[in-house]
Design a protein around this ligand. Structure first.
Ligand SMILES: C[S@@+](CC[C@H](N)C(=O)[O-])C[C@H]1O[C@@H](n2cnc3c(N)ncnc32)[C@H](O)[C@@H]1O
Length: 286
């Protein structure tokens, strides 16, 4: 089986009407899956809002292409699951003022280090912890994974002083962490089987500081025979469980949210509607 992804390459931008048409048809295609996997209303609303905001994100196109050019020139990347997300990430980084902050960043699922490299290139004061088994996931069964970890090491070699590499399952990593929240930015992109996604989301959220940002990958991805085994089902369950403890920034191929309140300890500050009061949403604290 081949791994379903595009190779890393530069793209020519399609004309605006064609882009708008592609976008609208993707939304119509995805809505039934989101409804069937019990999307909370807040996610559906944000999904449509994100789609409408998408044209405004084109201003990040050049930055995305510059990153890709540099990655192609100086790195060894055989797969690109990441670069389509860059415009959303840059919008979130700007909105939450993450550039030039000394952030603690956690990434679950690094593969050859393309998203890791983006974090280290774009957030020059950040320290990144990468957790991966480097044994692949369900969708990589039968694929040759021999050089993936070697590629990761080569691609991140110039930034090892800002990098902690942890070769383990996410479950083992979370079990070994002190319980206090200590990450400012968390990217969940490990196993996409819904049981694993919900554990990574819940444990990641526990380690995320109030004011911190969490990004969950592959929200719209469909792979398993049972819909409820796909990431959307887990992400929806997570969003329901933590209602009132986050604000959604974007919902599209990924979900980007900001933690607004500590669910376990600040339960009293969550209103009856499940919405956190505005006062419980401070900016990033370090
Ligand atoms: C889609 S890839 C990550 C892609 C990477 N973030 C990027 O954008 O280039 C998923 C990665 O998750 C890892 N993985 C799968 N299950 C895992 C688990 N339970 N714990 C830790 N890593 C896991 C795989 O080895 C694989 O490298």
């Amino acid at each position: 089986m081949t791994i379903p992804s595009a190779p890393l390459r530069l793209h020519v931008r399609a004309p605006a009407p064609l882009r708008a048409w592609r976008f609208a048809s993707r939304i119509l295609h995805n809505l039934p899956h989101l409804v069937a996997t019990r999307a909370p209303r807040v996610a559906l609303t944000c999904y449509v809002r994100t789609a409408l905001r998408r044209p405004a994100l084109d201003r990040w196109w050049d930055a995305k292409e510059r990153f890709k050019q540099d990655a192609l020139r100086t790195g060894v990347f055989t797969h690109d699951w990441f670069c389509g997300n860059i415009v959303y990430w840059l919008a979130a980084f700007e909105h939450y003022r993450l550039f030039d902050q000394p952030l603690q960043v956690l990434e679950i699922g690094s593969w050859e280090g393309l998203s890791s490299r983006f974090v280290l290139d774009t957030l020059p004061l950040a320290h990144l912890t990468c957790v991966d088994t480097w044994h692949g996931a369900d969708e990589h069964q039968g694929a040759s994974l021999g050089l993936i970890e070697e590629h990761f090491d080569a691609n991140l070699a110039r930034d090892t002083h800002r990098l902690t590499k942890v070769k383990s399952t996410s479950l083992a990593f979370f079990a070994a962490q002190p319980p206090q929240p200590h990450f400012d930015l968390i990217y969940i992109d490990g196993s996409h089987y819904s049981d694993d996604v919900i554990v990574d989301a819940i444990k990641g959220f526990e380690l995320l500081k109030v004011g911190g940002v969490m990004i969950l990958d592959d929200y719209l991805w469909r792979f398993y025979a049972r819909r409820n085994d796909d990431p959307a089902a887990a992400i929806h369950a997570f969003l329901r469980l933590k209602a009132g403890c986050y604000e959604l920034f974007m919902v599209y191929t990924q979900v980007i949210l900001r933690k607004t309140v500590e669910s376990r300890f600040d339960a009293d500050s969550v209103g009856e509607s499940g919405a956190a009061p505005a006062a419980a949403a401070p900016h990033l604290s370090h």
